[in-house]
Structures are given as C-alpha cells and as structure tokens.
Design a protein around this ligand. Sequence first.
Ligand code: ZN
Length: 191
Amino acid sequence: MEIFKGQNLIEFTERFKTGQDCREYLSKIKWSEQYVCRKCKHTKSQIRKDFARTCNICSDAESATANTLFHKVKFGLKKAFFICFEMATTTKSLSASQTAVCFGVQEKTARMFMQKVSETMKSSEDFPMKGIVNVDEYVGGGYQEGKPGRSYSSSKKKAVCALELTDKGKVKRFLHLSNSRLFSEIIAKNV
Ligand SMILES: [Zn+2]
C-alpha cells in the first residue's frame, strides 16, 4: 500500500486524478489490515469495480466510503479529497464561502463537510502511542506554546510533533506528523 506522501497540490493532482483514484486509495487505507464483514465477521470478500467489498458468505456489500468521513458526500469524492488536503496543508484559515467558490459546491454543504473534517483533525491526535505523550505544533520551525490541540481556525502551521516519554520522563519515541501524514490520517478516520 502506497501511502500518499506528497506535500503540494501538483503532486496531489497527479495522484488523485479521478473519483475512482480516490475510491481505490480510500479502500486500501480502510482495509489495509484485513477485511472483516460487518455483518458476519467473515474475512474473505470479492472486490468490486468501485472498490466496494462483497462478503463471500453473506453477500453484504460495503462501499469504500461507508463509515468514513466521505459517507454520502454530496459533491463527489475528488472534491472532498481536495478539501481535506487543503485543510491539512494550509497555514491560513479557510472559509466555507471561499471553499464553496473554489470547488463549485454549495456553501452550506461545504461548511458541513469542513466541520466534519475539522472534528476529525482534532481527534487525530490519539496517536498509537502509549505512556506520556507530549504533542506540539511547529510554527515556521519554532514551537508555539500554550495552545493544546489543533485548532483549525488558527493561523498555525499544521506540522505536528509528538514525543513519547517513559515513566521517568525520558524521551522514548519521537514522531513527526507531516501534512500528508495528517491528510492520510483524516482519510483513514472512522466516523
Ligand atoms: Zn458477511
């Protein structure tokens, strides 16, 4: 599974040319460990053309977008991916009206989707880390203090670092979350 590591819009548009590209990527992230049927828990399935999976035992069909941020998204997966990428990489706040114009979607729809993405970004801080974890954000190479959590409306850069500490306060693990990693985290989140 090739995790998207691009940092800019050019790389992004090369990688995600169509809604089908997005669906394939989403399905690979969604079932990266193993497919498990949500009805009967069987683990063998058929992959359909739209990257949905059909259980070999009970025939339950699950789309790539089911239980994700993109479930029943009204304006298509490609635009939704773009909005996520913009939100994960921009250093400025992005308004719903601006996004609506940029992507040719209704402002209300844009606002609702952006709120969902924003919530997902906030909750993406539960890294698979144990023990004491310090999370911080970079601003132009330095640290910004006093603002826990990731506030989407702020002008902070979204590059995040996390330190995992031992009981004695020594550094055990350091993790740097790049913009594209944040993007992939948002995409992978169950909602
Ligand atoms: Zn099943």
